[in-house]
Design a protein around this ligand. Structure first.
Ligand code: ZN
Length: 78
């Protein structure tokens, strides 16, 4: 599974951003920032991005920055 995905917003003039893939199995969302990438409708489409792709989604980048400093000993997880 690629770590990054390019999502095209078909209703917004084909604007594309590189997002961090949501790696949660069974999730309806393709990206960390909550886009479905076309899973539930035709307003978006998605395709894998290259391994070294530059993340251009500010929300995905912000989530990564917020989480990267956390350790599993900092909280209780399910
Ligand atoms: Zn994103």
């Amino acid at each position: 599974m690629p770590r990054f995905v390019i999502v095209t917003m078909l209703e917004d003039g084909d604007e594309e951003f590189v997002h961090i893939r949501n790696g949660i199995e069974g999730s309806d969302y393709v990206t960390l920032c909550g886009l479905d990438g076309g899973v539930s409708g035709s307003e978006q489409s998605s395709r894998p991005a290259s391994k070294n792709a530059k993340v251009t989604c500010r929300q995905c980048w912000g989530i990564w920055l917020a989480c990267r400093g956390l350790k599993t000993t900092d909280f209780k997880a399910e």
